[in-house]
Design a protein around this ligand. Structure first.
Ligand code: UTP
Length: 226
């Protein structure tokens, strides 16, 4: 059975509109595909993370303290998904190895963030390495990687396939400019080291998400680590 880690952004899970309906449909789809692939899901923090981190900053909190609040938001989102999957724990696993171990055929492991200093994309790569996963599916708000920012540049072209080194070049450059990158640079580094492919897709499109999880053709970007 193939093993897949899904990194699902908080802005996808809880954009603030039809949230319960989307999470229910997502959970149903995940349950269905978990019969065919072994799954772990890492949830991002989205707006809630940014909101709380922003208040912490205004209160004089440092980046460590902001991250702690961001992590709390990722865990709340993980709990919402687990509730929809039928089993909401009082607290979410903070441990990558434990999550990797608890994933099994028909058994979906879910977690949020771990410790300050990175994002849930990096956690996804850590879980994927621990599980020896075949791929990471990154469900985000952009539907693929582009040659330029498609909102600013009309000539921007969708990249359907690229190497992990090419993604590395993009994210290390973006990171330098302190912009939120398409995938966390640490996550890219770990995926490269562990030879795990990354699929970058529109996470709100459940058909696309399902195709990516099952290794079928996608409209997003396939990042090859082999
Ligand atoms: P996200 O993974 O949602 O980060 O974690 P993000 O990339 O900023 O969000 P999206 O993908 O654009 O929606 C939210 C915040 O929580 C902290 C970081 O501050 C991160 O920005 N965090 C998360 C950690 O410090 N450690 C973790 O393991 C996870």
């Amino acid at each position: 059975m193939e093993k897949v880690v899904v990194s699902i952004g908080g802005s996808i899970l809880v954009p603030g509109e039809n949230d319960a309906e989307f999470i229910r449909k997502l959970a149903d789809m995940l349950k269905e595909v978990s019969k065919e692939v072994q799954l772990a899901v890492v949830c991002g923090g989205g707006k809630t993370a940014r909101y709380y981190a922003g208040i912490a900053k205004d209160l004089g909190g440092d980046t460590y303290e902001q991250d702690i609040l961001g992590i709390a938001a990722t865990r709340m989102n993980a709990q919402l998904l687990m509730l929809a999957l039928g089993d909401m724990p009082d607290s979410v696993s903070t441990d990558v190895e434990e999550t990797a171990r608890s994933s099994g055929p028909g058994k979906i492991a879910v977690m949020g963030g771990t410790v300050p200093g990175h994002t849930t994309d990096a956690v996804s790569s850590m879980v994927a390495a621990a599980m020896k996963a075949d791929r990471i599916v990154n469900g985000t708000a952009v539907d693929a990687v582009y040659t330029a920012d498609p909102r600013k540049d009309p000539d921007a072209k969708k990249i359907s396939s690229m190497t992990i080194d090419e993604l590395g070049e993009i994210v290390y450059k973006e990171h330098g400019a302190s912009k939120s990158s398409v995938f966390d640079p640490l996550g890219v580094k770990l995926a490269k080291e562990n030879r795990i492919d990354i699929l970058i897709i529109d996470g709100r499109n459940l058909d696309e998400l399902k195709n990516a999880i099952l290794g079928r053709k996608i409209n997003g970007t396939t990042v090859n680590s082999h």
